[in-house]
Design a protein around this ligand. Structure first.
Ligand code: ZN
Length: 71
């Protein structure tokens, strides 16, 4: 029995689909993990509640100082 290109493709197609879907799933998981990590590393502006870089001292949305230095 001789396999033509079509038979070979049909045999390999399910494996390719599985590999592709696993790859896509892992990629999507990585993206969502990255987003969560990014959000966890951020702080919230006490004035406008927007997420900010933890090293920021002025909110880039409402331009208010995050920490009161007058005390
Ligand atoms: Zn703000």
């Amino acid at each position: 029995m001789i396999f033509g290109p079509l038979e070979i493709f049909l045999c390999l197609a399910p494996f390719m689909l599985i590999t592709l879907s696993i790859g896509l799933g892992l990629w999507a998981q990585n993206v969502s993990l990255d987003r969560r990590e990014q959000f966890r590393g951020q702080i919230q502006c006490p004035n406008c509640r927007k997420a900010l870089n933890p090293e920021a001292y002025i909110c880039r949305f409402c331009l208010r100082e995050l920490y009161d230095y007058t005390n």
